[in-house]
Design a protein around this ligand. Structure first.
Ligand SMILES: C[S@@+](CC[C@H](N)C(=O)[O-])C[C@H]1O[C@@H](n2cnc3c(N)ncnc32)[C@H](O)[C@@H]1O
Length: 294
């Protein structure tokens, strides 16, 4: 176990190195807890899109609302517990309770909040309320990862890691061989189960999860970080540019990573900005195993 999640005052849960870690070491590999696929529940998606068209949702998109409803309906007890406990900023004007009430009322009117099909084992059907909807939408907006085909993915530990403009980890996209023919739409979650392999089984290569790889040696207790959305080119720019890019891509926080803090200090005290740094390699891809489905 190379990593550990710890509470940090004002920052929620953050990820730390639990041991010294060598450069190039893979310190964490994770399959998503829940995957929200646009094609899974077309009726819910089109209702949300209609509502967004009539009066734009505060976030400016429907992705987090859709993932919130889907996870309410289909998440396993373990995934649901993580989702409702996910850290989020105290207040975000883009996520008002009035808006949640409006969305909730329309979903309820159309009968889209009842679970259709089997509930995941151990999960009792509970009614969604506007305030739980708000909690779930916030959890998805602040912790969801965008996938390759417009899906939104939630991770447990990986979603606790902070952003840094001088990240100590690269994100590696993992691909696995999945047994073909499994009903992708009905399997929203990664079970990790492979079942018994049979002669003649066919497999296809698909996205399986993410890994963090140390891009330099890490000391025990060092906070683990990665770049949320900034490319190597962005990271070569100054703090003002980087903060603006984070904001433009939907991250509504002011980055206070060590590099930004040092550059702001330098800017304020000497009127200078730090120069460009070496670009960081793009996320590599690799195979990691056999899976039934995500
Ligand atoms: C995915 S969450 C991080 C995990 C969170 N600490 C938890 O408990 O789940 C993303 C949020 O963490 C905060 N954050 C992450 N990196 C940050 C940074 N470099 N500077 C300031 N806030 C940061 C921001 O509020 C951001 O919206």
């Amino acid at each position: 176990m190379c990593t550990e999640v710890r509470d940090v005052p004002g920052m929620g849960r953050c990820l730390f190195a639990a041991t010294d870690i060598a450069k190039g070491e893979t310190l964490l590999t994770e399959a998503p807890l829940f995957v929200s696929r646009p094609e899974a529940e077309p009726a819910i998606l089109s209702l949300l899109e209609r509502l967004h068209k009539e009066a734009p949702l505060g976030l400016g998109h429907t992705k987090a609302h859709y993932a919130a409803v889907l996870s309410h309906l289909f998440a396993s007890p373990a995934a649901y517990e993580v989702l409702v406990e996910r850290w989020a900023p105290k207040q975000d004007g883009r996520l008002s309770l009035e808006e949640m009430e409006r969305v909730w009322a329309e979903l309820e009117k159309e009968g889209l909040l009842c679970h259709r099909g089997e509930l995941p084992e151990g999960r009792a059907q509970e009614n969604l309320t506007p305030s739980t909807l708000q909690k779930l939408v916030t959890a998805w907006e602040f912790n969801g990862f965008s996938g390759e085909s417009n899906e939104l993915l939630m991770y447990d530990k990986i979603s606790t890691a902070s952003h840094s403009c001088d990240p100590n980890c690269d994100v590696v996209i993992l691909y696995g061989l999945f047994r073909s023919g499994a009903d992708k739409d009905s399997m929203l979650e990664s079970t990790g189960a492979t079942g018994a392999l049979k002669k003649g089984d066919k497999f296809e290569q698909r996205y399986a999860g993410l890994a963090f790889r140390a891009n330099r040696a890490l000391k025990r207790d060092e906070e683990i970080s990665f770049s949320y959305c900034l490319t190597a080119e962005d990271l070569a720019q100054d703090f003002q540019f980087r903060r603006a890019q984070l904001n433009l891509r939907g991250w509504k926080f002011v980055c206070n990573c060590e590099r930004c803090t040092a550059e702001v200090h330098e800017f304020l005290t000497q009127g200078k900005e730090a120069g460009p740094t070496e670009p960081v390699d793009a996320a590599p891809e690799e195979m990691c195993g056999l899976f039934d489905d995500l």
